[in-house]
Write a protein that binds this ligand. Structure first.
Ligand code: SAM
Length: 284
């Protein structure tokens, strides 16, 4: 909700309110799928909102986008074909295009307007979208995934919360479709919400992932624009553990991470050592 120069997000059934002072409302529209706003804030730079919920902000977008892309890339034995479902802000694509051996990056975003608005207001995030390896497909990821079998090396689910047209992206049957679309060494990464307020039942999401994948692990990274800040991510794979970094990629990852703001190999190796609380809430 935008009111009196403040943006306020009401979460957790109206029990929690987060807010930032706004300098300017830069953009507002109702797309076919959702309300899209971009505001310039006093404290966190530009902020993209979908249906009044925080998606991406200048202050911490690099955390989310770097971990989603570089963890699976570093573990994958042959990362040639990548699929991103959601992610219309372009941030995850920007990170993948930093790896020259990737041949194909498909971005399946249901709402083309999110991509267009992001191009206008978040040009750094969308800077990878013009790379010739990137294909932008304005489709529902749930239907798209059923058309692919044994095809992608890495699949990223960069979705909104488990509500409305994104709710299916957290189900067992969807994770099974993702499994089938992956090659035999395939890896899936997804955002899995905040375990403190646990609005959407994280344990159930992880159970659904475990029913489809033999290897399921989790980590967290701070996202100051999301309610509760402590944000969890899932790593699921057919064979490799998230700490099985491909030995031949170590030098390359060291070189790439010199120009990153969050990710490096030391952080990657430690990220999967979970607290008791994280283990309990995810059931891992
Ligand atoms: N990093 C963000 C977060 O965790 O809040 C997510 C950002 S990204 C903008 C999420 C995108 O997922 C949205 O643009 C939305 O349109 C897209 N999306 C949601 N459900 C989808 C679906 N079923 N298929 C494809 N894209 C979907």
């Amino acid at each position: 909700m935008i009111n009196d120069n403040w943006f306020e997000e009401k979460s957790y059934f109206g029990k929690v309110k987060m807010g930032w002072k706004i300098r300017k409302v830069l953009h507002s529209e109702q797309s076919k799928f959702q309300k899209i706003d971009v505001v310039e804030t006093e404290a966190i730079g530009k902020l993209l909102l979908l249906d009044g919920k925080t998606m991406v902000a200048d202050i911490d977008e690099f955390v989310y986008h770097e971990v989603m892309a570089h963890i699976p890339y570093a573990v994958s034995r042959s990362c040639k074909k990548v699929l991103i479902i959601g992610g219309g802000d372009g941030g995850v694509v920007r990170e993948f295009v930093k790896h020259q051996d990737i041949e194909q990056i498909d971005l399946v975003e249901i709402d083309e307007r999110v991509i267009e608005v992001s191009k206008e207001y978040f040009p750094d995030c969308t800077s990878g979208l013009d790379d010739k390896r990137v294909n932008i497909l304005p489709e529902d990821g749930m239907a798209f995934i059923k058309t692919k079998k044994n095809f992608y090396d890495v699949i990223i689910i960069d979705s909104t919360d488990p509500e409305d047209f994104a709710s299916g992206l957290f189900t067992q049957s969807f994770y099974q479709d993702v499994y089938d679309a992956l090659t035999e060494d395939g890896i899936m990464m997804n955002q899995t919400e905040n375990p403190f307020y646990d609005e959407y039942g994280i344990k159930k999401i992880y159970r659904n992932m475990q029913k489809a994948f033999p290897v399921v692990q989790s980590f967290n990274a701070p996202m100051c624009i999301y309610p509760g800040v402590f944000w969890t991510f899932g790593f699921s794979s057919k064979r490799f553990k998230p700490t099985d970094i491909k030995p031949a990629k170590r030098n390359h990852m060291d070189a790439v991470s010199r120009n990153l703001k969050w990710y490096n190999l030391d952080w990657h190796k430690g990220a999967f050592s979970l607290s008791n609380f994280h283990k309990k809430m995810t059931g891992l």
